[in-house]
Design a binder for this molecule. Structure first.
Ligand SMILES: *Cc1c(COP(=O)(O)O)cnc(C)c1O
Length: 394
């Protein structure tokens, strides 16, 4: 059949370029040690930065949530799917990041991908002449959000504030939306949020901050990148995900109450989808308590100690580290095939590290993406450092 043939040829072309991706089926809960095909591996590839994905208290809360609320929500939020648990979660989230916002309110989503589609499309829905200013290294969901918005989009070079300012100055749009990751997901570095916010305030633009990798890990109380930089502004629109450091799943947007009301009324990725299981929202209330309490602080401190250990211990010659103070620690290898070989060699030794190729990263910058977690021990991190230092020399 001709249609199938075309698909087959495309897959073959991917395979020829070492770009076929394979899924591995994990038989254990997410954690530093996972079982894959009957083998126990030490894993450095999840985004479970604080080791909460298999936390006893959150698991109990999820069970309790199912006992109280049942399983499915049954409908979208605007029909009948918005339950008490969702409402409580949204209030708690607004309070969680509220010190950084004016008139804070939050809205919850099934995934961060959908939250990003919703926030960009929602902020521009009333203005066909709106313009989006998107950082070059933004996550795919932000790029897709700009596509869904169907308004003019400028991409500014990574962390290049003068270039962004030139674009903002030249724009006559009444609605300007600057969009950035806070922690770049494949590089681990932080966006210059204070200077970005100053530009947005100067030129009257929204600043949408995707804090998928900062929420729970950054800031003294785990409130995220805005707390880390001590920012506060009515121009801020904050997106946090709840399936990474928070250990559960879902996402939220927090901003001025008028922004949130706009999303409820206008954002199609919010309106036309079934609400998440209320038990998830119930479990997240426990997760947020842990993040804000002593346990969160202890886990963040341990994670920081592991990041420091990593930065001191790795001695690369050919391969290249990128400067990162977060749990995301890339090792740039460059060539796709060599990156895959390095990933496979580590896997043989029982070490599971993500091998990232284009189009997730720029061509020629294939890498191992090491993610550290508070669930790791110092010994775990030493094991990986020793293996990588040796592997690079072979
Ligand atoms: C993971 C991620 C998302 C998507 O969040 P999900 O809840 O996994 O859909 C969005 N933005 C960034 C930067 C991410 O890393």
């Amino acid at each position: 059949m001709e249609l199938l043939n075309r698909l087959h040829q495309q897959l073959q072309a991917l395979d020829d370029k070492q770009l076929i991706r394979k899924r591995r089926t994990v038989d254990s809960p997410c954690g530093p040690r996972v079982t894959v095909d009957g083998r126990e591996l030490l894993a450095f590839c999840s985004n479970d930065y604080l080791g909460l994905a298999n936390h006893r208290k959150i698991k109990l809360a999820l069970q309790e949530g199912a006992a109280i609320y049942g399983v499915g929500s049954g409908a979208s939020h605007l029909i009948s799917g918005h339950g008490r648990a969702h409402a409580m979660l949204e209030e708690r989230l607004a309070q969680f990041v509220g010190d950084q916002l004016e008139a804070p309110r939050a809205i919850s989503f099934c995934t961060g991908y959908m939250a990003n589609l919703a926030v960009i499309a929602g902020l521009t829905a009333h203005d066909r002449d709106a313009e989006i200013f998107s950082e070059e290294l933004n996550h795919a969901s932000l790029i897709d959000g700009a596509r869904l918005a169907r308004v003019k989009t400028h991409v500014y070079p990574h962390a290049d504030l003068p270039a962004l300012e030139t674009l903002l100055k030249a724009s006559h749009a009444a609605t300007k939306v600057v969009v950035t990751d806070s922690v770049f997901s494949m590089d681990g570095n932080l966006a210059p949020l204070p200077r970005l916010l100053a530009l947005c305030e100067q030129y009257g633009a929204w600043l949408v901050v995707d804090d998928a990798h900062g929420f729970g890990t950054l800031g003294a109380n785990g409130h995220g990148a805005l707390e880390h930089f001590n920012l506060r502004s009515p121009y801020l629109v904050y997106m946090g995900t709840l399936g990474k450091a928070a250990g559960v799943g879902g996402a939220f947007v927090a901003a001025h109450e008028t922004v949130i009301e706009t999303l409820i009324q206008k954002a199609r990725p919010y309106i036309f989808t079934t609400a998440a299981a209320p038990a998830m929202a119930h479990a997240l209330l426990t997760s947020l308590d842990l993040l804000e309490g002593d346990e969160g602080a202890t886990r963040r401190a341990h994670l920081q100690a592991l990041v420091a250990q990593w930065n001191h211990g790795l001695r690369l010659q050919r391969w290249r580290r990128l400067p990162s103070a977060t749990a995301i620690q890339p090792v740039i290898i460059g060539d796709n095939a060599e990156t895959m070989r390095a990933g496979a060699a580590l896997f043989e030794q029982g070490l599971w590290v993500g091998a990232i190729r284009p189009p997730t990263v720029a061509p020629g910058s294939a890498r191992l993406r090491v993610t550290l977690s508070a669930g790791h021990t110092r010994q775990d991190v030493s094991t990986l450092i020793t293996a990588l230092n040796a592997l690079e020399r072979t």
